[in-house]
Ligand binder design. Sequence first.
Ligand SMILES: NC(=O)c1ccc[n+]([C@@H]2O[C@H](COP(=O)([O-])OP(=O)(O)OC[C@H]3O[C@@H](n4cnc5c(N)ncnc54)[C@H](OP(=O)(O)O)[C@@H]3O)[C@@H](O)[C@H]2O)c1
Length: 370
Amino acid sequence: MSSYTLTQLLTDKSSLDKSRIVHSEQDTHVAEGEVLLKIQRCAITTNNITYAAFGDSMQYWQFFPTGIQGWGHMPVWGFADVVASAAEGVDIGERFYGYFPIASHIRMQAERVSKRGFYDASEHRKPLVSAYNQYTRCSADPVYAEKLENYQMLVRPLFITSFMLADFLQDNAFFGAQRLVISSASSKTAYGTAFCLKDYPQVELVALTSVRNRSFVEGLGCYHQTVCYEELAQQPTDKPTMYVDFSGDVDLRARIHHHYGDALVYDCFAGSAQNTDVPSDADLPGPKPAFYFAPIQIRKRNADWGPDLVNQRFNAAQSSFISHISDPGHLWMKVVEEDGFSAAQTLIRNLHDGKVDAQQGRVIRLDSLA
Ligand SMILES: NC(=O)c1ccc[n+]([C@@H]2O[C@H](COP(=O)([O-])OP(=O)(O)OC[C@H]3O[C@@H](n4cnc5c(N)ncnc54)[C@H](OP(=O)(O)O)[C@@H]3O)[C@@H](O)[C@H]2O)c1
């Protein structure tokens, strides 16, 4: 009976910048319906740190249980190849895109197998959000291109949020706002949102960012104005304003509510790039922060438009975004590839501490020997 070495990067749930790498010998045998995939590469951005930060409250730890008390698998998006299969319609050598642990291999129970891919129907994943249980067969994916794999991993999971957030906002007539103030505006998800909103000139997009990222954000060319966090008090309050929060910074939120006062018509809580604590219900003037979760708008549009049209529209928007950002003439984004689990450890620590250059898209190859 053949075996393989399973390598896993485990994250300390109580201290997300701490991780350890473990190895174990595993049997390659697959039971009926099972597939064994070797994870080749993944992207890691601040969003993955947020998955871990909300690992308990939003069940992200439950996708890939480690069986070790206090230690979890931080989920990432990436590509993997089938190395053993006892599932009809899933063949050895096929490549899939989807949601993975930071590990060398993963075993899944393939169900709802179709030309497009399959769902992992392992018992522990059945109650979880199904969008994360879906694996896309690269050979049947109309937007897949081998040379764009890095962009796909980096952009797709974030851009679906950007695309659906822009759609959610215009679907609700921007809640009456004429100005959107967007925090952590240098993040990939914020930029994608601003890119999708370029066709709505009736709303003014104000980027809020840190001093170190100011010129980078200005260079993106998709915000009407770029303002540093320290300059908030000088901002006009003459128009109905929405706060689109990717930072999750509690103090900043309080400053926004007090500064804009009655002009603040909606507070859209979309991310926590700067704060890995679970948000508290602070007693603030103005609208209560409303949590935005992309899968809810996806569900709504699947019902409104049908899943095929949702996919078509998303693919068209994503292709336009990827061709924009992969054009060397544009400032964003520089892909940096590294090898191995130790590189992933360092990257996670740096992302956690906010030390990664906003212009970089970071990719880890997990199939190397490093
Ligand atoms: N609600 C949803 O469904 C959903 C889905 C996807 C992503 N998101 C959220 O979108 C946010 C951005 O994710 P991303 O992957 O696009 O990020 P990214 O590109 O890695 O973002 C980098 C930027 O985030 C800010 N930042 C990150 N870590 C920081 C730290 N420790 N201290 C201070 N600033 C820090 C900085 O922006 P500034 O200098 O501009 O502040 C930094 O340039 C995350 O909070 C993520 O949870 C939400």
